[in-house]
Design a protein around this ligand. Sequence first.
Ligand code: CA2
Length: 142
Amino acid sequence: MKILIINGPNINMLGIREPDIYGSENYKTLCESVENHAKELGVEVSLFQSNHEGALVDEIQRAYGVFDGIVINPAAYTHTSIALLDALKAVGIPTVEVHISAVEKREEFRQISYVRQAAIKTITGKGINGYLKAIDFLVNYK
Ligand code: CA2
């Protein structure tokens, strides 16, 4: 099984500020945790992070016919991007939406998620562990 892990804007800055919201672990630790977990499960993972909406759309399109599942934290684009929603709908790959923080308990503008419409599951508020749970969910899906 091949899973693509996509992270949106500023996720590469994790750990430098707001540890009360996002924890104190950085992006490198996130990547290592995901890679170690995938290895234990015998799953192939590829990690991609970009601050650019179009680059995220391009990566979703490239996943077509290549990956069996997508784990995506679109970060701030969660709350604005119909382009990401359309790309996920276009490729039709089972997708889990992940948020490190409990977005449902935060500002009103974080309550909106466009990508959620294309996701088979959403995991929030579990920190980096949410990515591992998302992989587990995809492995057991169907
Ligand atoms: O909780 C999440 O995973 C978010 O997707 C993270 C985004 C935020 O815009 C979403 O509403 C929820 C923010 C990503 C990282 O932002 C940082 C903020 C301060 C320091 C470092 C990164």
